[in-house]
Write a protein that binds this ligand. Structure first.
Ligand SMILES: C[S@@+](CC[C@H](N)C(=O)[O-])C[C@H]1O[C@@H](n2cnc3c(N)ncnc32)[C@H](O)[C@@H]1O
Length: 204
């Protein structure tokens, strides 16, 4: 989780898409600090441009990552984001009230299984394999179109194999890097931030 994601936006960040500006203002008003950072947001905007029909996100927060996604997606692509905290879900739903292609649902992340498959799936609140429980890992074979992409952020760049964090093997990152259904890279976006980006294999 980006501990200071919302605070990372300042005039020095440069121009932002209007929807992102709106979501940042909402996150600040709501006192929510864990929005995705601008480096991650720009990646989401770029990847959203490759989606053909559907994008999903777990963990909406106040909608900053979702705003980057919507700013990059073609107008006929549908975006679904799921947030379990009712107050945050309401804040985010209000941000996108006039954006017909975006739907914010207040539910556990597993609600994304009821829709999809997706061309792009962003795991930012549930499904990231960051807990001990195997049930916390989203299943890309059920959720992604062949060739579809998956993004999990908030890792710390690591130069070791297996990747490590705070002196221990980073099991979540390893899970995605070794997933048999995916081709996965670990992209350093900043000195202190890396993101896992994966594509669902099309070969058997
Ligand atoms: C890091 S914040 C999300 C930031 C947001 N995606 C952005 O880019 O600004 C994580 C969010 O996931 C939500 N969350 C955590 N566990 C969840 C779950 N099991 N189902 C749905 N949402 C969850 C939290 O309430 C929190 O709002």
């Amino acid at each position: 989780m980006s501990m200071h994601g919302t605070a990372a936006y300042s005039p020095r960040t440069g121009p932002l898409p209007p929807l992102v500006e709106r979501a940042i203002r909402a996150a600040r008003r709501h006192g929510f600090g864990h929005s995705c950072r601008p480096e991650q947001g720009r990646l989401l905007q770029l990847l959203a441009g490759g989606a053909r029909t559907a994008i999903a996100e777990t963990g909406t927060g106040c909608g900053v990552g979702l705003a980057w996604l919507a700013s990059g997606a073609a107008p006929d692509v549908e975006l679904l984001s799921v947030e379990r905290d009712p107050a945050r879900a309401k804040v985010a739903a209000d941000v996108f009230a006039d954006v017909a292609q975006v739907r914010v649902v207040c539910a556990d992340w597993t609600e994304i299984y009821a829709h999809g498959p997706y061309d792009l799936l962003v795991l930012d609140g549930g499904g990231q394999a960051k807990t001990e429980s195997a049930a916390d890992a989203a299943d890309p074979e059920r959720l992604l179109e062949p060739g579809g992409m998956l993004v999990v952020d908030d890792f710390t760049p690591s130069r070791t194999w297996p990747p490590s964090h705070a002196g221990r093997t980073d099991t979540a990152r390893l899970f995605w890097l070794q997933h048999p259904a995916l081709r996965t890279v670990d992209l350093p976006l900043a000195k202190d931030l890396s993101t896992v980006v994966a594509v669902r294999r099309t070969e058997g």
